[in-house]
Every structure is written in C-alpha cells, then in structure tokens.
Design a protein around this ligand. Structure first.
Ligand code: HEM
Length: 385
C-alpha cells in the first residue's frame, strides 16, 4: 500500500480537487452569510459581486476538471472495498459533479434573468456575459426568482453531500486506515508536485497582477449607491404646484463616472409611503384609480443605458413601471459632493395618462395637469466606504 503512481490520483487531479474544494466551501459559507444581510447593506452587494466572480471561476475549473477526468483515468478503488461502498461512493461523486455544475449554472441564470440587470464583472475586470434570451423575456423576474430557489436548494444539498463525503474520507483514513484519502492528498515529497504548485502560484500571481493593474486603470470610479434615497414629485393641482414625497425608496446602483456604460441603477419606490402637504392629494392618491397602492405597492425604475451627458452629467435611460404600465424615460443625472458625501440628483417629467393615473375622474387636465415632475436624489458611497 505505498504511494505508487497507479494507486494515486495524478498531481493535476489533486490540485483541481483541492482548489475547487476550497472555493466551494468558501462560496457556500459566504453565500449563506450574505443572504442574511439586509438587501440594501453595501456589504451584501460587495460580497455578492465577489461571490459571482468565484462562482464563475468554479464553473470554469469544473469544466477543465471534467475534461481532465475524461482523459485521465482515476486510480481503481482498493479491491478490499465492499461493493456497496463502491456504489455509494460512485453515487456521491456523481452528485458532487452534478451540483458542482448546478450551482454556478443556476446562479448564472438567476443573475442573467434578474431585472436588477447587474453585470457580472469577474474580479472587477472582465465582464462575464449574461445568458442570452433570458434578459429579453417578459417573465424574467419569475425566472430569476425560481432559479434563486433552485440555487438555494442546490447549495443546501451540496452542504449535506459534502459533509457525507468528508465524513467518509475521514472514516477511511482514521478508522479503516486505508489509502482512500491519502491518494488524494498533495504529495509534498514529490518535486514534480511542488513544481506544479509553484507554476500555479506564478500563473495566479501573474494573472492577479494583470487583473489588478487593469482594474486600477479602468474602474477606479465605480461607485455604489448605499445611503439614503428620496423621491418626490410636483403635480399641477387646480393651478397650484403641489408637491408630494415618497418617504420609502431603495436604490441599488453602480455608478462608473469614467465608463458610464458600466453603470446601472435600479430604484424601488414604495407607493404606500406617499405623503403630501395637500391633504386632499394625500388622501386620494393611494386610491385604485390613482396609484392603487393596495394592488401595486411598488413603482420600479430600471436603467437600460447610461451615457455621458452634457457638463459632466450622466444621461440615464430606463424603464419606469407604475401600476401595470412600463414606459421608457430619459434624464440627465448630476453627481456632486455635499456634506462629505457624493450625491446623485435628477428629475424628469412623466405624463400620468401613460400610467393610467387618475383617468376615471380626471381624464382631462382641467383640475390635475397631465405632466408630473418626478425628482430624486440618492447618496453614493464607495463599496468599501
Ligand atoms: C460552486 C459555485 C457556487 C456555490 C457553491 C454557490 C453557493 C451559494 C449559496 C449557498 C448561496 C446562498 C443561497 C441561500 O441559501 O439562499 C448563494 C447565493 C447567491 N449566489 Fe451562489 N454559488 C455558486 C455560484 C454562483 C454563481 C456563478 C453566481 C452568479 C454568477 C451566483 C450568484 C449568487 C447570488 C446572486 C446569490 C445571492 C442571492 C441573494 O442575494 O439572495 N452563485 N450562492
């Protein structure tokens, strides 16, 4: 029972095994932790972005590992192993391979279909594309939500099978005292193995330095919306400019002033949080013919394009959904430093007829104007700020 080459996994198979194992255990731990954080917690955003980078890395490594496995036969199980254990191990290994792919693929589908439209930028440098078609589907939000569930269940299943896998390996090593675990352990006595590890370090170091340098030159202005947000409006009511405010809204945004096209903004406004100085306006607007807050408690804006605008502004275009209607709106957004914070502001006009607002009792503009001015501001913080 020595460490003869034919009884051991090859060096490359061993390196793939432990590299993927470390990444997967990290992804499971961070994944389970980050979903316990508040949705608008900047740490959740930062962890999710690096989770996506490491998850795609696992997908790429798993493809390479599978190709390696198809072309390099693993060592046979020890003859002494009972056949039920061989079958159990074979089943568990198959499940591990299936989940090793299922997790990154369900994650990839989830973020591709998500209406939040946040790009996957591997380690802040290489944009990994969304899966085509999914981004165009009208029911993309439902697809994203279903795959969120599959990702969650696959993660839990992987934890259970991993624990069984680790338990079995430890039992073989410490109780049965056979070679099952040791044949997958790194062979530090072999100089060939050590040089492969050294080559791996050099390759990862070179790739990391390259990625870091290009990130430094290209991405230094990527900012994340994190702080307070405020959305208000002004409507013409019987000739008076009547303001109203939504006290609850959440903005998730990546603002890249250097390369505006990398920016994305999603704002959710709770229509239930509406208030106005005019008590009649405040009383009527929640009703079914106006914002119908009982049925549509949220209005959503999702950017589709961000371009450089005039005088240092960003020109933002996106879809605004109020009740059942979605229309495209476009507006300049200014970024300024106020009280030590970076603040984004903008305003645009909507026509309430486009969203079927007040069209039963006020289908003309005698009392309530058709144009409504929407204003917003939100704080921006650096991701690590
Ligand atoms: C082997 C690779 C991966 C593993 C082991 C893994 C594991 C996990 C786990 C355990 C969670 C927590 C789920 C929950 O309990 O609700 C999670 C969440 C998440 N994963 Fe992965 N994941 C992997 C790959 C990916 C990839 C490739 C992506 C996208 C490109 C991704 C995107 C996400 C996102 C966006 C969430 C958070 C969803 C939320 O905010 O609620 N994951 N992941």
């Amino acid at each position: 029972m020595g460490r003869s080459p034919e009884q051991r996994y090859g060096d490359i198979a061993v390196i793939f095994h432990w590299l993927i194992a470390i990444f997967i255990i990290g992804l499971l731990a961070i994944g389970k932790y980050m979903v316990t954080l508040e949705e608008n917690d900047p740490l959740r955003y930062v962890l999710t972005q690096s989770h996506k980078s490491f998850g795609i890395t696992v997908l790429i490594l798993s493809v390479l590992r599978l190709l390696w496995r198809f072309t390099h036969k693993p060592p046979p199980e020890p003859a002494s192993l009972p056949s039920w254990q061989k079958r159990a191990a074979g089943g568990a290994h198959l499940m591990l391979y299936v989940l090793m792919f299922a997790l990154p693929v369900t994650g990839w589908i989830m973020v591709s279909a998500s209406p939040l439209n946040i790009d996957t930028v591997l380690f802040g440098v290489i944009t990994w594309p969304h899966l085509p078609v999914l981004t165009e589907l009208p029911n993309r939000a439902d697809i994203a939500s279903s795959f969120h569930h599959y990702h969650h269940y696959a993660g839990t299943a992987l934890i259970v099978i991993l624990l069984a896998h680790i338990g079995a390996a430890l039992k073989h090593h410490f109780i049965d005292k056979d070679t099952i675990l040791s044949r997958m352990l790194p062979d530090w006595s072999s100089s060939a193995f050590k040089s492969k590890i050294a080559a791996l370090f050099v390759a990862v170091g070179a790739a990391g330095t390259g990625l870091y340098l290009s990130a430094e030159s290209g991405n230094e202005a990527a900012l994340l919306a994190a702080g307070d947000s405020e959305v208000s409006f002004v409507a013409d009511v019987t000739g008076e400019q009547t303001p109203g405010i939504f006290s609850e809204s959440q903005v998730e945004a990546v603002i890249d002033e250097t390369t505006p096209a990398n920016s994305s903004i999603t704002a959710r406004v709770q229509t239930t949080s509406l208030s106005s100085e005019d008590s009649q306006v405040e009383g009527s607007l929640p009703d079914s013919e106006w914002f119908n807050v009982a049925q549509f408690p949220e209005a959503v804006f999702t950017s589709t394009r961000v371009e450089p605008g005039d005088d240092g502004t960003l020109l933002v275009t996106g879809d605004l959904t109020i009740k059942e209607a979605t229309t495209s709106v476009s507006f300049p957004m200014t970024l300024s430093d106020e009280d030590g914070k970076r603040v984004a502001r903008g305003e645009f006009s909507i026509d309430r007829r486009d969203y079927d607002i007040g069209m039963e009792s006020q289908d003309n503009d005698d009392f309530v104007g058709f144009d409504v001015l929407v204003k917003f501001r939100f704080d921006i913080a650096l991701p690590d700020g």
